[in-house]
Structure formats: C-alpha cells, structure tokens
Design a protein. Structure first.
Length: 568
C-alpha cells in the first residue's frame, strides 16, 4: 500500500498531461484517518466516472455492533450514512469546472424508501463508503492541482464528518434504527393478524407531484381509518399507533373520480418498502410479496399457462403454453398474474383504470349478446374468489365503474373526499336488489403451479461478447435489444435496475443450467443477494458499482420481458 504523499507526487507529476495519465493513480493509499482505494479510473473525462472507496477501521470509527446486528438495522444504518456522506459532499466540496464529468464527486442516490443498498459497508472491521469521481480535466488534459484539492482537502473532511460516530448525529441515527425496528414489527403483526396491509392514522399518502415521491405539503388530508377497520398496535419504540388494518380476502376501493382511490393503491404498492422518517408513509406497510398487476399491450410472453383466464382462442392458439411477441391487453394481464403467482405472491393490487376492460368484466348485456362459447376470456371477476379461497391469494382492487364486483368482495371501502368509509353492507344490500344478475363464468382450468424451465440459450452472445447496459430506471439493453421495464411500477430506483442488469449476467454465467425451473433460478439468485449482499452479482472488483436491492418479483418480471427468453 502506498502513502497519501505518494498519491500527491503522482498527481503533481501528471498535471497537464493527457487524461490517460490518470491511470497511474490506481491502487491503495493510506491517509492518516482512512484508506483510499482507487479501483477504476475512467479513460476519458466524458466516460463513466472513476470509482473509489474510503474505509475507516471500525474500532476507530466507533460504531457499536448493536446498531447493525440485524439485516433491517444494517439497512437503516447504511441508508443513514449514505445520506450523511451526500450531505457532507455538498457542504465540503465545491465542484471544479472542466470538461465532461470533471470534478464530479457523489455517492449513490437515496430516495424516500429504505432499501438495502451497497453504497456503504459496515461491519466489526470497517466502515466503507463507495464513491464516484469525475477526475478533473481541461479538455482531455489532467488538472492535477484540482485533483489534489479533491483528494486532500475535500475527501478527508467528508470522511471525518460522515464515517466517524462522534461526528454524526447520534440521535438521528438511533431514531432511524428504531423506526426500522418498528416497521419490522408491523410487518410481523400483519402476518400474525391475517392482514395484507396497515395504514396508520395521520399518514400523508399523496405525493408532491407525478415525478416526485416526496410527500405533498400544505393541503394534504391526513389518513383516517374507518372505525370498522381500525386497529391498535403497540410498537417497540414509537408506542401505540392506530390505523386501518386491511384484512385478507377481496377488498374493493371505490368512490368518485379524484376522491383518492388511485392514491391509496399507489401508496399500498410502495408499502412493500419501508420509508424514511417525515415521508408521511413511515407506518404504511404492505406485505412484501404484493404485486401490482396491469394490462401491458405489446409485451412479449414466453410459454405461460394462461388457461385459467383465457382458453379456446381463434386459430387454435395454445394458451397452456402461451407465447407472443405482441400480447394484447387481456393476454398480457393474464400472463402478469400467472407469472406473479409462479414466483409466490399472495396479494394482487389492481386498478381498473390500467386494466383491460374485457379481462376484468363481462356484464349481463354482453353475456346475452356474445355467448360464452364465443368468448375465450374468463373475466377476473369470476376468478378473484377462487384465487383467495383455493390459493390464499388476496386482491385489492380500485373499482370505479364495475359494480358487479360488489358480489365477490369481502370488504368495500369508499373514498369520499380522500376519507375512507366502510360501505360493505351498503354494497351487499345493493346486490340483493339486482333482479337480473350476470352469470358466473368459470373456466375448467385450475390455478396450478407452472413448471417452466429456463434455458441457457436465452442468453446469446453478440459478435463482441455480451454487453448489458442500463438506461435509467426503465430500460436494460442486452446486446442492443431493449428490455422495457416501464410498467414495473414497484421498481422505483435506477440502482435497482443496475442490480438487475448485473443479476442477468450472474444468472447467465452461474445459475441457469437447463434443469432449474424459472422459479428456482429466481429464488437461487435472490437468496444469494439477500444472504451474501449485492456485491455478489457484480462483475467488478473493489467498488462494485452502486446497487439497490430489487425484489425477486422485479427480477422475474425483467426475465419475463426479455425477448430472447427461451422456456422448456
């Protein structure tokens, strides 16, 4: 290992030389309070930033084991330290000008959700932060003096203020860990009480805007549970909290337009993640395996059994092993449900507005005009109770126009000017007065487990090998073939997408063997991610790239939208 003064000598020597001279600084350097590892140096100021790590021995950093001795505590500490580093970068570093990414210094982004990330590593031996650096340049010439300022003035101040326990806000860190404990407790209570979600009274569900997950300020109406669904929990740290416990079964959320139906569903679909203090959704918790389902015209589908919903298609198209390069709204929604069941969901979240109408309902008049033997679709209304009673899969539906769903619902909650009210009995009374109800349509196919086998031939190499790139949250490019993730609404961070892209590599090289089922492949890689950490799938040594943990449902959904996918 080299000394910090040797790094300074190198930077002085390469000052004003061609940019590739920066390659000389790769390696490890011991500073007085920390070790600097320069793992990757960009070849051009316009290329992806350089990657560095700064680590402090934990005996000197001073973080006690009790702060991070469980997975959820560690997640909270990593999140807190990542935000602290970001705050101190802004406070102690003024980015220099230059070409391309010159002068950039950053840590991975943290949003409103508490997600497991690999931006900071903490254990009994060390506390380590992973950063990205745009090495300073004018044109394509090294600005060595500016680099010295970055490494020897800004970086030590950031490390001192961020990675030493004595320098951070002890109260805020402990409060974040305690919040994580409370959120974990609520998740346990949801299971113990046979609930699918909990929304605390006083929660702020609306968001700041359509492009922001920050809570709405000002006129947002705090959530208040209907008395019929109100329960009280006694949290380990926060103490008593009351709110709405949504039971298992079929729950409808109804009401007029703009009264808050979709807002509550959008909050529930992100309740699979914990949220930071002040978000307004800290105590809104949904089962972690809940999956948002929608129609997705044009998506590819590979050998999915959709016969429980769709059968007897024209031209004798196979629906037991349904494949399509351009699925319709109804076939895509059926495939989305069957794929989610394959991976193990027991809670579906569906909004009528983003569903295929003919998949959701056939009313009495349409049944009279188009007979069942001419209609291949068994609508969801006739399967939703079977899903719950035979498979234990609950459903929460936002319904604005299909009152026939009252007949199959266990619970009906009406949003009235953003206030939820229990109208279950009223809805049941309305159904008693219907003199000519629709006929129940059932397919003969049962919702059995699929046993699709993922084939290694799903991952072809290009002329120059395999290149996987990420473009934002919504797109992964595999050898220039795009995987469209726009409709995965529970994928909320581009660094989750980065983790999925590395996971594709890992599956291709280390997991798939033409014997494991699709579910076994996903379960295998997800177990490694959760037990060994996100770094396990990275192709890089040292700084493995910024990653946030995706759920296994989004890993599976990415594979299912992969147009090279081959299934046996």
């Amino acid at each position: 290992m080299k000394t910090d003064q040797q790094l300074k000598q190198i930077l002085n020597r390469i000052d004003q030389k061609g940019y590739k001279a920066y390659k000389d600084i790769m390696g490890e350097y011991q500073f007085s309070d920390f070790k600097l590892s320069i793992d990757y140096v960009q070849g051009d100021p316009f290329a992806s930033p350089s990657r560095i790590r700064v680590s402090v021995p934990n005996p000197q950093a001073g973080f006690v084991n009790q702060l991070y001795n469980t997975q959820y505590k560690r997640k909270a500490v990593v999140d807190f330290l990542s935000r602290t580093v970001a705050k101190n970068i802004s406070k102690h570093y003024n980015r220099v000008g230059g070409s391309g990414k010159s002068g950039l210094l950053q840590i991975g982004y943290c949003g409103q959700e508490l997600i497991e990330r690999n931006y900071v590593i903490i254990d009994d031996e060390k506390v380590e932060a992973r950063l990205e650096v745009g090495l300073p340049a004018a044109g394509r010439r090294v600005l060595g003096k500016n680099a010295i300022n970055l490494f020897f003035k800004a970086l030590p101040a950031i490390v001192k203020k961020s990675l030493f326990y004595e320098s951070i806000s002890e109260e805020k860190l402990i409060n974040q860990v305690r919040l994580a404990e409370d959120q974990q407790f609520i998740r346990g209570e949801i299971e113990n009480r046979n609930l699918v979600a909990f929304i605390a009274n006083g929660s702020i569900l609306p968001r700041e805007s359509g492009v922001s997950q920050r809570p709405m300020s000002g006129n947002a109406i705090p959530f208040t549970s209907p008395k019929e669904y109100e329960i009280e929990l006694v949290l380990p740290n926060h103490g008593k909290v009351k709110g709405m416990g949504i039971p298992e079964g079929v729950t409808l959320i109804v009401g007029g337009g703009f009264h808050g139906k979709s807002t509550i569903l959008e909050a529930l679909q992100l309740g699979v993640y914990d949220h930071i203090a002040g978000d307004g959704r800290e105590y809104l918790i949904t089962r972690e395996n809940a999956v948002k389902i929608k129609a997705e015209d044009g998506r590819s589908v590979e050998k999915v059994n959709i016969t429980p919903f769709i059968n007897n298609l024209p031209m004798k198209l196979d629906t037991k092993q349904f494949s399509s390069e351009n699925a319709s709204g109804s076939t895509s929604q059926a495939a989305n449900i069957m794929e989610a069941l394959e991976i193990g969901t027991d809670l579906l979240l569906i909004d009528e507005d983003t569903s295929a109408t003919n998949f959701m309902i056939r009313d009495r008049r349409m049944q009279q005009l188009v007979k069942k033997d001419k209609e291949p679709i068994t609508p969801f209304i006739d399967k939703v109770r079977t899903l719950y009673e035979e498979q234990g899969v609950s459903t929460i539906l936002v319904i604005g126009g299909s009152g026939d769903y009252f007949e199959v619902a266990d619970h009906v909650i009406m949003m009235d000017e953003y206030i939820p009210k229990d109208v279950t009995e009223v809805a049941k009374e309305i159904m008693k007065d219907v003199t000519n109800p629709r006929k129940v349509e059932q397919s003969h196919s049962t919702l059995t487990e699929q046993s699709r086998v993922l084939l290694k031939s799903s991952f072809p190499s290009g002329k120059k090998g395999t290149k996987v790139k990420v473009r934002g949250r919504e797109t992964i490019s595999y050898n220039k073939m795009d995987i469209d993730l726009r409709n995965l609404e529970q994928l909320i961070d581009s660094n989750q997408t980065h983790a999925i892209s590395y996971t594709l590599y890992f599956i291709m090289e280390r997991v798939v063997n033409d014997k494991l089922t699709f579910k076994e492949v996903v379960d295998t890689v997800y177990e490694k991610l959760t037990k060994k950490g996100l770094d396990v799938v990275s192709p890089y040594r040292g700084h493995p790239g910024n990653m946030a943990l995706p759920r296994k449902f989004e890993i599976a959904a990415t594979l299912n939208r992969f147009r090279y996918l081959k299934i046996k």
